[in-house]
Design a binder for this molecule. Structure first.
Ligand SMILES: Cc1cc2nc3c(=O)[nH]c(=O)nc-3n(C[C@H](O)[C@H](O)[C@H](O)COP(=O)(O)OP(=O)(O)OC[C@H]3O[C@@H](n4cnc5c(N)ncnc54)[C@H](O)[C@@H]3O)c2cc1C
Ligand SMILES: O=P(O)(O)OC[C@H](O)CO
Length: 609
């Protein structure tokens, strides 16, 4: 189904002229999850993102679907229970994306270790129980020191006492977003990238009924009218909440930066995803993940106060991660020059969140600071110096005692928050990619209630656990055979087996649409047939507007194919220029943007000192 640059233009015109039931601000995984469910319920839904879909945190994660076994250490069992159960749900609705990939957790006998051999078994058993893992292929087990070293001989043997192996899933985060967005579009949603919410509109009763927006590609400003507006802007959530120009809204977000670095697999060969303590007694655990023929590792977890759009990798981040990696893999001797790619993302942590509140309602006592604010605003209310809304706003932003500022970033809950401002702006923030479906289902329950109560508008119920994303029409219990079946359509039409498998794995049940382009589009500008049909599909059906959209988010070439990227990029730019009718100035600008993105990713500036 066409979902192209032309579709974007048409959708912007529709957003200007039609009143929506629901407008979603933010096209990361949280907004995409709301949009797929609201459109499945036949709500007239619009979604805008000021960047490309998934260009925020949702393409900058550790690329896992996992419950966060380390959160058990901070007794955040609620988040783990909610999230780890969702692994199987996400795999069920997007079978071509998350893939089971058991994690090796080496245990070191050192001060501040998250687990010892006893507690890791307890944690893994609880993790499996919560996730209802029953397949003996995937149930957890422990390894002796020798068995761990047999698997990963490069690991430092000093103080190593053994290890655990438990099920988690690898993920393609940006692909999960775009497949939700595409399905929402297929359901009739009105989606547009590079459209920025610039202000909130209110009716005569002061209730939010839309936004002002700007098409960032043309500079055109316009209004979008909707019965309900939900803010799913992750790290930007406070920015939207404060657009009301009411200082009463306290910040609720505490973004922390996480960095990943990529090296060639030969530099750091790991047979499976590996997860261990930093060893710095900072509560951090570090992932080392094999992906394609690379290995990436991370992450840092540092409070962030900079530009939300462009978190960057600093020398300090690199030093922190390399020190840990070279200590845990002493023969690897990874240096800055070995880094081929990198990415930095911002966790949209909720400062005052003791766990997830999918339908509102927080847990934990309130902090002393909040307690004083409550007393003050109630006194002001009683002396008519404050309104009821003022009191409600302070209550809305209570800071739980569990998340005082002094908590170190890694101890802050990864739970989510669903709140409603006094003017009716909904905000769904925090959480993880792994529980995006559950977060959205909670929000949809509230949205459906508001539409019924306020507008007498009723919509069909859905079971979002059975709502496949675009490309997800695959039996989740028979993925490999189905992917192989799809791939055969590629090899039958002249593709090499590895090319056909890459396309089948990437697009799932949409692979047939990609392969159907063979014979209709001819390779140009030196691109292979496989790359040509993949790029054409991205342009026709994935609202791909720039080479960075394609090379970083629709595919992961920029991160995991750095060594062949230079042979590819000019052909991608030239082919897009033909398709989109770019003039020389646009080609130059897009080339510069791509080169700048690549230089930022491979840390050219740091390497040049
Ligand atoms: C380092 C790191 C590792 C992680 N690893 C994992 C993991 O492996 N597994 C997991 O489950 N979770 C992981 N997470 C958490 C997960 O990535 C996030 O919880 C999730 O991506 C947040 O998605 P979101 O849609 O809420 O926010 P975002 O993805 O940031 O989306 C918000 C969107 O809103 C848009 N926006 C902002 N302002 C406006 C505006 N004014 N108008 C229009 N659009 C606007 C932005 O452009 C952005 O695209 C990780 C997070 C980090 C930082
Ligand atoms: O929640 P953290 O701090 O473990 O960071 C996110 C991980 O890297 C993957 O979810």
């Amino acid at each position: 189904m066409a979902f192209s640059a032309t579709t974007r233009q048409q959708n912007i015109e529709r957003l200007q002229n039609e009143t929506l039931d629901l407008l979603v601000i933010g096209g990361g995984i949280t907004g995409a999850g709301v949009a797929i469910q609201s459109t499945a319920m036949n709500m007239k839904t619009g979604l805008i993102d000021m960047q490309d879909f998934a260009e925020g945190t949702s393409s900058r994660s550790t690329k896992l679907v996992h419950g966060g076994i380390r959160y058990l250490k901070t007794f955040d069992v609620g988040v783990v229970a909610d999230t780890v159960k969702e692994r199987a749900v996400v795999q069920g609705i997007a079978p071509h994306i998350p893939k089971p990939d058991p994690m090796l957790l080496p245990i070191y006998d050192e001060t501040g270790a998250t687990f010892d051999l006893f507690s890791v078994k307890v944690a893994m058993d609880l993790y499996d129980k919560l996730a209802e893992v029953k397949d003996p292929k995937f149930t957890n087990y422990t390894l002796s020191r020798e068995e761990v070293l047999q698997r990963e001989p490069q690991l430092n043997p000093k103080h190593l006492v053994g290890g655990g192996v438990y099920l988690d899933f690898r993920n393609n985060d940006a692909r999960l977003v775009i497949e939700n967005i595409k399905k929402a579009h297929e359901n009739g949603g009105i989606m547009a990238s590079h459209v920025k919410a610039t202000g909130l509109l209110h009716d005569d009763d002061g209730r939010i009924n839309g936004i002002t927006a700007e098409d960032l590609l043309t500079g055109e400003s316009f209004e979008i009218h909707a019965r309900i507006v939900i803010n799913t802007t992750g790290p930007w959530s406070d920015t939207i909440r404060k657009m009301d120009h009411t200082e009463k809204y306290q910040s609720q977000m505490r973004p922390t930066k996480g960095v990943h670095l990529v090296v060639d697999a030969e530099k750091l060969p790991v047979p499976q995803p590996t997860y261990f303590d930093s060893g710095d007694q900072d509560g951090r655990m570090i992932f080392v993940v094999p992906r394609e023929n690379k290995t990436y590792f991370g992450t840092t977890d540092t409070d962030y106060h900079g530009d939300l759009k462009h978190p960057t990798v600093t020398q300090e981040d690199v030093d922190y991660l390399l020190e840990i990696i070279n200590r845990r893999f002493p023969t690897a001797k990874i240096t800055l020059d070995d880094i081929e790619a990198s990415w930095a993302g911002l966790r949209p942590l909720i400062a005052a969140n003791g766990s997830s509140d999918y339908n509102g309602g927080n847990s934990g006592k309130i902090s002393d600071k909040s307690f004083k604010e409550v007393i003050k605003v109630v006194d002001q209310f009683e002396s008519q110096e404050a309104s009821r809304e003022d009191v409600e706003s302070v209550l809305n932003d209570l800071e739980s005692s569990l998340a005082e500022d002094k908590l170190n970033p890694s101890a802050v809950s990864r739970g989510s928050s669903l709140t409603s401002s006094p003017d009716g702006l909904l905000t769904l923030a925090g959480g993880k990619i792994t529980d995006y479906r559950k977060m959205a289902a909670g929000a949809m329950a509230l949205i459906a209630k508001i539409l019924a109560d306020k507008y007498d508008a009723h919509f069909n119920e859905i079971n979002s656990k059975n709502l496949p994303v675009s490309g997800g029409d695959i039996d989740p219990h028979n993925v490999d055979a189905t992917i192989a079946f799809y791939a055969k359509q590629g090899t039958d039409n002249g593709l090499a087996n590895d090319e056909a498998l890459r396309i089948a794995n990437m697009y799932g049940s949409n692979a047939a649409r990609v392969f159907s382009l063979i014979g209709k589009v001819e390779p140009t500008h030196g691109l292979s047939l496989a790359e040509t049909i993949s790029l054409r599909y991205a342009l026709d059906e994935e609202m791909t507007l720039t080479p960075v959209d394609y090379l970083l988010r629709r595919t992961n070439h920029l991160l995991f194919m750095r060594d062949t990227l230079d042979d590819l990029k000019d052909g991608v730019i030239a082919t897009m220029a033909d398709y989109l009718g770019w003039d020389a100035a646009t080609v130059k600008a897009q080339t510069e943007l791509l080169n700048q993105t690549i230089a930022e990713s491979d840390l050219t500036a740091l390497k040049q000192g």
